[in-house]
Design a protein around this ligand. Structure first.
Ligand SMILES: C[S@@+](CC[C@H](N)C(=O)[O-])C[C@H]1O[C@@H](n2cnc3c(N)ncnc32)[C@H](O)[C@@H]1O
Length: 197
């Protein structure tokens, strides 16, 4: 389904990074290493690379990776783009300074638990997780994201899921999103920034 969506001309989520990533750009320090999970067409990984972060990004949609590679070339930055699904990604231990997961709510609670464990594992001690998505209220807005409520994040659940980390920011809010035709309009968003102890 995703690969087909990406086969259409243009960029489904635009070529600009998520506003969330701009909001927390203070964490994108030059020379840091980052893993971008389900990075799609590269808008977020490329923004990090423009900030001189060494980025590895993966997604399971070939058409998205092809677009991401083209966009990186156009922007004259290097990103290590990999074709992989989330289930088969080799989660190397203590490997990255940053783990970035933006709009990756395609999995339910059980798989999410495994994913969050893997994200923490691949983060270096002192490293930062940047997680951004929708809250259940987004179902009412219908301006992007999955229709499956259990895939969405709540403050309570993220507080629990990341209780073993130092939570630097955890906030739910409503805002106008203009990130390609995939994400457009008033939205119910949630941000988590957490540091591995
Ligand atoms: C809503 S898009 C977000 C893309 C990107 N993070 C962004 O913000 O522009 C979700 C992405 O997850 C990818 N995806 C879905 N299921 C996946 C899986 N099982 N493994 C890896 N990537 C997956 C899709 O190909 C798509 O690019």
């Amino acid at each position: 389904m995703w690969n087909k969506r990406y086969s259409e001309p243009g960029f489904l989520f635009g070529t600009e990074p998520a506003q969330f990533l701009r909001d927390y750009a203070e964490h994108l320090e030059p020379g840091k290493t980052a893993l971008a999970i389900a990075d799609g067409e590269g808008r977020n990984s490329i923004f990090m690379a423009q900030n001189n972060v060494q980025v590895t990004a993966f997604d399971f949609a070939e058409n998205a990776i092809a677009k991401a590679k083209g966009l990186a070339l156009e922007n004259n930055v290097e990103v290590n783009f990999c074709l992989s699904d989330i289930e088969n990604w080799p989660w190397e231990e203590n490997a990255y300074d940053l783990v970035v997961a933006i709009f990756i709510q395609f999995i339910g609670p059980q798989e999410r638990k495994i994913l969050f464990t893997n994200m923490k594992k691949t983060l270096k001690p002192g490293g930062i997780i940047l997680l951004h998505g929708y809250t259940p209220k987004q179902i009412e807005f219908g301006t992007g994201g999955p229709k499956t409520v259990e895939n969405l994040y709540t403050l309570e659940q993220l507080r629990l899921d990341f209780q073993d980390m130092e939570i630097l920011t955890l906030r739910a809010y409503e805002a106008e999103v203009d990130e390609g035709k995939g994400h457009s309009g008033m939205s119910a968003l949630i941000d988590l920034v957490a540091k591995k102890r």
